[in-house]
Design a protein around this ligand. Structure first.
Ligand code: NAD
Ligand code: UFG
Length: 340
């Protein structure tokens, strides 16, 4: 829609898919990323897929001078803030790294936005802010209580945004609480490319299907769910990217939280069976003990986003796994290395 949008963390998984959607909608995209968990190859692929040019700034947002220079250089009108570290286990081992990176980058971003008269922000929050939910499906008004340092950085950033918006009426901030993003663009040319052993279910399953790993460990077979394995609200990354465009088009006055999920759940075994069907590969698995901090079921109530953002996630779990498999089978080792 002919705006210049800053996409922090735009070389990453969700950011690259959202950058593509913005370019397809006619916006200009400036990506700021320090590439700590991503590759410039994703940006090149988005440019190839759209025929558009992306302005890329290799910026560490925890550095105030670099952040100021970013806003001095580009005529940013609104920002989508994906940049952050996101591995739950690592955040438990290195909490200060997570607090420093995620909080400082956001404070620098907010200060430089305000200094440059930019007051429109969409922030990547997470369903993890709900911790172990008391109500299912989870509405935005449910109690929060994250159970790890990563989740606490998300809730702290939400609090910072709420305080900033309360202090200055020019701010318009959407806090998007994603449930479980999976899948890839239908081209198979951009997708999720985790470093090392994947922490998350779908990338792990895909690496088993493609032959990079022997078998899946299923964390817990004795949960109170239809088959004993954990149930999650998986959302196709293309639906999630569309949610960011909808959020930009329907920014609130002040600050407001939105769940981005489908409202329906799949168990670990459901995911394994669907992945076997779409890939034609057997996915060996073994049920092992529960993973510390995991919950039985996480499901979004996405009604507020459906109504206020006029957005709905409707791609099926089969579509998510079909697209994840296309990406994985076209790129068994992920993106080529930047120096290759
Ligand atoms: P990702 O790691 O692929 O992308 C994050 C990007 O931020 C990376 O490209 C990384 O290099 C960059 N980055 C990190 N710290 C930076 C800094 N200080 N300065 C500049 N760039 C920096 O992760 P993703 O899956 O695309 O997630 C995007 C956002 O959504 C994150 O904030 C994440 O916490 C949040 N989120 C993700 C999930 C999920 O399951 N993927 C779920 C809920 C919320
Ligand atoms: N699982 C396995 N084996 C694995 C990996 C996962 O059985 O090798 C199971 C988990 O126990 C869980 C389900 O698969 O039942 C989904 O696990 P993920 O790690 O894919 O996702 P989580 O729901 O644990 O967490 C994800 C992100 C968090 C985010 C949360 C909510 O990793 O950062 O979704 O958005 F906060």
């Amino acid at each position: 829609m002919d705006r210049t949008i800053l996409v922090t963390g735009g070389a990453g998984y969700i950011g690259s898919h959202t950058a593509l959607a913005l370019l397809e909608a006619g916006d200009r995209v400036v990506i700021a990323d320090n590439l700590v968990n991503s590759s410039k190859q994703s940006i090149a692929a988005v440019e190839r897929l759209t025929g558009a040019t992306i302005e890329f700034a290799e910026v560490d947002l925890t550095d105030r001078d670099q952040t100021r220079e970013l806003f001095d250089t580009y005529p940013v009108e609104a920002a989508i803030h994906f940049a952050g570290l996101k591995a739950v286990g690592e955040s438990t081992e290195k909490p200060l790294l997570y607090y420093r990176n995620n909080l400082l980058s956001t404070i620098n971003l907010l200060e430089e936005m305000a200094a440059h008269d930019v007051f429109q922000l969409v922030f990547s929050s997470s369903a993890t802010v709900y911790g172990d939910p008391e109500i299912l499906p989870i509405p935005e008004g449910a109690a929060t209580g994250p159970t790890n340092a990563y989740g606490r950085t998300k809730l702290m950033i939400e609090d910072i945004c709420r305080d900033v918006a309360a202090a200055d009426p020019r701010w318009q901030i959407s806090l998007l609480r994603y449930f479980n993003p999976v899948g890839a663009h239908q081209s198979g040319d951009i997708g999720e490319d985790p470093n090392g052993i994947p922490n998350n279910l779908v990338p792990y399953v895909m690496q088993v299907a493609v032959g990079r790993r022997e078998k899946l460990s299923v964390f817990g077979g004795d949960y109170d769910t239809h088959d004993g394995t954990g149930v999650r609200d998986y959302i196709h990354v293309i639906d999630l990217a569309a949610g960011h465009l909808a959020a930009l088009d329907h920014l609130p006055e002040g600050c407001r939280e939105y769940n981005l999920g489908t409202g329906s759940g799949a168990s670990v075994i459901d995911v394994v069976k669907a992945a076997e069907a779409v890939s034609g590969k057997e996915i060996p698995y073994e049920i092992v003990g529960r993973r510390t901090g995991d919950i039985a079921t996480s499901l979004a109530d996405p009604q507020r986003a459906n109504d206020e953002l006029e957005w709905r996630a409707d791609r099926s779990i089969d579509a998510m796994l079909t697209d994840a498999w296309r990406w994985q089978s076209k790129n068994p080792e992920g993106y080529p290395r930047d120096d290759a």
